[in-house]
Design a protein around this ligand. Structure first.
Ligand SMILES: C[S@@+](CC[C@H](N)C(=O)[O-])C[C@H]1O[C@@H](n2cnc3c(N)ncnc32)[C@H](O)[C@@H]1O
Length: 309
């Protein structure tokens, strides 16, 4: 029996790689069997390096906590919370990512305490649950009516429950990031000569190519005060907005820009190591030295913490 000229038995007996079958992945998950879901992510080992940024703001021991992960994607943050002992509900609008997340939950053997549902934040209005922590990364900028979203979070939080959002784009920080991108484009020809890398075909050479970002179209970039005001309008208290990533981000954009102008396979492994390790080191400089001292608005990303009164 054939289907489109292919023998059906051949199809069913072919070994199928479950990771490839669920692609494309936005989260590079490190699975217990050593495999990774997206080892060639255009941002590097994403979102592990983002987690480093916020991990210290969340209690180490979440035993007995019930957490909500909004915009959970393939579940990276949900699994990190579960690793600390929490039970988690991850919600996302996109069923493709939820399918990945449910599959990964079985791989991590946490499917009994990390559940994923197709839902958006306003749908919380239909839920009668109580969470100790509401967390989200790079999600608020997709939500058109933020005060309404924060009000729903407040409703499902227990009194005193915590809110943490990180990785939200900052309006001024984004404008400032144009500087290292322009510097990268200027330096690219010399950099390619030093690296002995061929120039990429024109389509691949545009680091701002919208294609890879298409599924994540932004609604807002924030000024810190507006973000704070939206959380206060939603009834949250102790609202604090701080900056995340300054020099690490500039370093990262410069490197990604020069790399994007070269053929992918020509970028030396040593350079990739330098770029990634350098980024991690500068992330620490930002976190320890700059984030506590400089105004939030100049950083590339914003982090918001708050609680229910
Ligand atoms: C930029 S990605 C961030 C994913 C993940 N939180 C992270 O930082 O790696 C945004 C995610 O939010 C989801 N999303 C977008 N709008 C949403 C909404 N209104 N409610 C729930 N999820 C949403 C998208 O499907 C996508 O998985």
């Amino acid at each position: 029996m054939t289907h489109n000229g292919v023998d059906a038995m051949t199809l069913t007996t072919q070994p199928t790689d479950d990771i490839a079958a669920l692609a494309p992945w936005f989260h590079n998950l490190h699975l217990p069997d050593g495999r990774q879901t997206c080892p060639d992510h255009w941002l590097g080992d994403f979102p592990s390096f983002k987690w480093r940024q916020i991990a210290g703001s969340i209690p180490e021991d979440l035993t007995g906590w019930r957490c909500l992960d909004i915009g959970c994607n393939a579940g990276f943050y949900s699994f990190e919370l579960a690793r600390r002992g929490a039970t988690v509900l991850g919600i996302d609008l996109d069923e493709r990512y939820l399918k990945q997340a449910r599959w990964a939950a079985t791989q991590f053997d946490v499917a009994d305490r990390v559940l994923f549902e197709r839902m958006q934040v306003y749908d919380l209005a239909r839920r009668d649950e109580s969470f100790d922590l509401v967390l989200g990364h790079a999600i608020l900028h997709h939500i058109p009516d933020l005060p309404r979203a924060f009000a729903e979070m407040r409703r499902v939080l227990r009194p005193g429950g915590l809110v943490l959002f990180a990785g939200e784009p900052s309006e001024r920080g984004d404008r400032l990031a144009a500087i290292p991108k322009r510097a990268g484009l200027t330096a690219a020809p010399v950099w390619r000569r030093v690296m002995r890398a061929r120039a990429a075909a024109p389509h691949d050479g545009d680091p701002d190519d919208g294609e890879s970002l298409e599924p994540f179209v932004d609604v807002h970039a924030f000024v810190p005060e507006d973000l704070r005001a939206a959380a206060v309008a939603g009834g949250l208290t102790d609202v604090r907005v701080q900056g995340e990533e300054l020099v690490a981000n500039w370093f990262g954009w410069f490197n990604r820009t020069v790399e994007a102008t070269a053929e992918y396979d020509d970028v030396p492994w040593m350079w990739r190591q330098y770029a990634f390790r350098g980024y991690l080191a500068l992330q620490t400089v930002d976190r320890v030295l700059l984030e506590p001292r400089l105004p939030a608005g100049i950083f590339y990303n914003l982090m918001l913490t708050a609680r229910r009164p």
